[in-house]
Design a protein around this ligand. Structure first.
Ligand code: PLP
Length: 787
């Protein structure tokens, strides 16, 4: 599987790792082939190897400005950090037996924005060595600067302090001279570790002028291979080897040395030292040039994405890091977009179970959205003007792709935009907003709008020149704020509606003797049905094919204040109904909770039965939450895994039995998930994933040439536009998956293979479709990234 437009990658993620420079790779290879001796051997091969090692050590000290002290080669910075922490804590423990006060609690201090390797190692060795010190984070201000008053106050009682020279997410640097004097004034004996990983090659280091005890460095952050690093230890600072054995590195770190790694880093040192005798030509740019590159990238970001904000000040950060966020976009969306434009950046956030935020930006007190949407662009001193120019072109084309799919506004012609037709599911975390647009009439309706999506919804309406017919909540949301009022004020200032946004000026029809209010969007009708239960005001909205089909003539345009008889529909609704927006009544894998003040399980029992009567088994249900990435469901899909719902609908449960079982279900509900209230329980057995057939690049190519499968690219239109796949591939973005499922209900056995960037979106989409009866669905494992 090859994408039609193969662009070479622009790598802007140097703070994660760097490519090995050709000169460094050549040096490593030559060493492996010709200078392969063991530095401990006393023959000539060994002596030559040892000579290379010692030369590299001398240069290491030169580049970090250390005339005294020791440099030990390590596997990388994490090992250097362990070495330093163990050495300091073992010394502190020994002192505890003699000089430290027995009745005093000591602490270990670390900067709140430190790389996780530092606090995690502190915690680990504090426990293993039974130091039992209190581990305290030193706060930072909004600029990322360490709180000096905190240090002055806490250092007298601390055994060790760990700070960093340059932050890996923001590039923010600390003033080491100033820190030195604060720390030493407060406690001349405290052991001081400075993580210098991100400083090397980006800012001058002069360790001889400081009292830093330990400084770890890493080769792979500066164009050397992974697996080589070094740690500086100040003369007189305590040291405990963490690897014992053959006594290499003067007994400080045993194990046969990584000579190819040292040869590579030696070349890098030559470049840093501008060593004219070196074979390797220095290709590192100076700080002014790097600053100019940064400015060019920043200017391009600003003009391409007017809503960009920068998450750090450039006045106290190195020129090689730009951390930004674009209002209205998650970091995942920007990552996907940039990846499609073949620009590699990283999301500045750490992903844990539910939290996708940057603890660094949180510590700096940045707004939540900036921390959640953070993107880090970073480069190294080997960056070139050509690469910067190309990166800027790509950033602009990524932004153009967003304007083309109406995700950002420009002054371009509407005819140049990708037209929006049908149902779109927008999400913010587990919450969903729905927009239905009819391209022909240019009318649209929004259901359950979320404030986080205001910008996007506004842009979409404006860019597609859509007329908003109504903006409606399915109930008064308790767990989050609705932006219904905001959108109504802006787009429907004169519309009279009820508190959920249902327009007063609606029409009505009767079906089987029941009266329904409805409004029209193009030739579609949106019917309102009261479905109380989750809350007293809950409604369901049924989007139906032209009601005219039920009469075989024009859609009746009848307003509610028209006193003549309501028109009656002859066909059953479930044949007409395409989507049911049921709010929090039927959730994927569960039912909405009924333990709010305005909830009523009894009413939900009746509402569920009524909904079933109206929409039948297979109408797609569009809920206002999707806790489990399932997009949509149907009553048939739900009853197959939800006994409570199944027994309610098949009449096996009485209303009071339902109430009892529902109360039990609600009592197991975990109330808080982070800061959000789950609106329905997720019984664990319902969340089990189904198995999906997986293709790899080779098997998919074979299946395609044998015309056995069709490929669906489920990336968003802007990603697809930047990196289109073969002409036979259909683009069905995830935001339109529900629409696609609805349109292909009659093709449930068709062999489709879903593909995306990394294989994770295609996997969840395939699972969702398989659960709804698409039994021949597969996906491309690893996505385009591996093909
Ligand atoms: N410290 C900082 C600031 C880093 O950026 C990293 C790597 O991301 C490390 C420590 C760990 O370095 P290594 O990968 O060499 O173990």
């Amino acid at each position: 599987m090859n994408s039609a437009t193969e662009l070479s990658q622009i790598y802007l993620d140097a703070n994660a790792t760097t490519p090995v420079l050709p000169q460094a790779a050549t040096a490593a290879l030559t060493t492996m082939e010709t200078l392969f001796g063991n530095p401990s051997s006393s023959h000539i091969s060994g002596l030559k190897a040892k000579n290379l090692m010692e030369q590299t050590r001398v240069k290491a000290k030169q580049v970090i400005g250390a005339d005294t002290g020791t440099v030990i080669f390590t596997s990388g910075a994490t090992e250097g950090i362990q070495t330093a922490i163990i050495s300091a804590l073992v010394a502190a423990k020994t002192a505890a037996k003699t000089s430290l006060k027995q009745d005093q609690t000591y602490s270990l201090l670390y900067g709140a924005t430190e790389h996780k390797a530092v606090p995690e190692s502190l915690k680990h060795w504090n426990a293993i060595l039974e130091i039992n010190a209190e581990i305290k984070a030193i706060p930072v201000d909004h600029m990322g600067k360490l709180d000096q008053d905190f240090i002055a106050k806490e250092a007298p009682n601390a055994l060790m302090i760990c700070t960093m020279a340059v932050n890996n997410e923001t590039g923010v640097y600390q003033d080491l001279t100033q820190l030195d004097s604060i720390i030493r004034q407060a406690n001349p004996d405290i052991y001081w570790l400075v993580d210098c990983v991100q400083a090397l090659g980006k800012t001058a280091l002069n360790l001889a002028n400081t009292s830093i005890d330990y400084a770890p460095f890493s080769g792979h952050k500066l164009y050397a291979p992974k697996g080589i690093g070094f740690v500086y230890i100040r003369e007189g600072a305590p040291f405990t080897p963490i690897i014992a054995g053959g006594g290499q590195e003067s007994g400080l770190r045993s194990g046969t040395e990584n000579l190819p790694g040292m040869a590579a880093i030696n070349v890098i040192f030559d470049m840093l030292l501008n060593n004219s005798q070196s074979m390797a030509k220095n290709q590192f740019a100076d700080v002014d040039t790097l600053r100019a590159y940064q400015q060019q990238l920043v200017d391009t970001l600003k003009s391409a994405f007017p809503a960009v904000v920068f998450n750090h000040s450039f006045s106290n950060s190195v020129p090689t890091t730009i951390n930004f966020a674009i209002e209205g976009f998650s970091s995942k969306e920007i990552m996907d977009l940039f990846d499609a434009a073949n620009i590699r950046v990283s999301s500045g956030s750490a992903c844990s179970s539910k939290v996708t935020r940057s603890f660094v930006l949180d510590a700096m007190g940045l707004p939540k959205w900036q921390s959640e949407s953070a993107i880090r662009m970073s480069f190294g001193p080997a960056m070139t003007q050509t690469q910067v120019d190309e990166a800027c072109i790509r950033i602009q084309s990524a932004a153009n792709a967003l304007t083309h799919s109406c995700m950002i506004l420009d002054s371009g012609e509407i005819s140049q935009k990708q037209p929006l037709n049908g149902l779109v599911q927008l999400r913010s975390g587990p919450n969903c907003s729905w927009i239905y647009a009819d391209q022909h009439s240019k009318q649209a309706v929004i259901i359950d709008p979320l404030p986080e999506l205001n910008e996007r919804l506004d842009t979409l309406l404006q860019c597609q020149q859509l007329e908003l017919v109504a903006v409606i909540d399915t109930h008064g949301h308790a767990d989050h704020v609705s932006s219904r009022q905001y959108l109504a004020d802006k787009h429907l200032p004169d519309q009279l509606s009820d508190h959920l946004g249902w327009p007063q000026n609606c029409s009505n029809v009767t079906q089987a003797g029941e009266l329904f209010d409805y409004i029209t969007i193009g030739n579609q009708a949106l019917l309102k049905v009261a479905t109380p239960g989750h809350t007293a005001d809950s409604i369901s909205l049924l989007l139906c094919d032209p009601l005219a089909n039920a009469f075989d003539n024009e859609l009746p345009n009848k307003s509610a204040d028209d006193s003549s008889e309501a028109i009656s529909i002859t066909k059953s609704l479930n044949q007409q109904c395409r989507f049911a927006f049921t709010g929090d009544m039927v959730l994927m894998g569960s039912l909405g909770r009924t333990n709010f003040d305005t909830s009523c399980a009894k009413a939900m029992f009746t509402s569920l039965k009524r909904l079933h009567q109206l929409i039948g088994d297979n109408t797609l249900i569009c809920a206002s939450h999707d806790y489990n990435n399932e997009f949509t469901t149907s009553l048939a899909a739900e009853t197959s895994r939800n006994a409570l719902l199944a027994n309610t609908l098949n009449g096996q449960l009485s209303q009071s039995q339902f109430e009892q079982l529902k109360a039990q279900l609600d009592s197991q509900l975990c109330d808080e998930s982070g800061s959000e209230i789950l609106c329905g329980a997720l019984p664990a057995n319902l969340t089990a994933k189904v198995n999906i057939t997986e293709y790899n690049a080779e098997s998919l190519t074979n299946a395609l040439s044998a015309q056995q499968v069709s490929v669906i690219d489920i990336r968003e239109p802007h990603e697809y536009a930047l990196q289109p796949t073969s002409s036979t591939t259909e683009n069905v973005p995830l935001t339109r998956l529900v629409q696609f499922i609805q349109q292909h209900q009659h093709q449930k056995h068709k062999p489709w293979v879903l593909v995306c960037r990394s294989g994770s979106r295609s996997m969840v989409a395939a699972q969702a479709m398989q659960r709804l009866g698409f039994d021949n669905i597969a996906h491309l494992k690893g996505g385009y990234a591996l093909s």
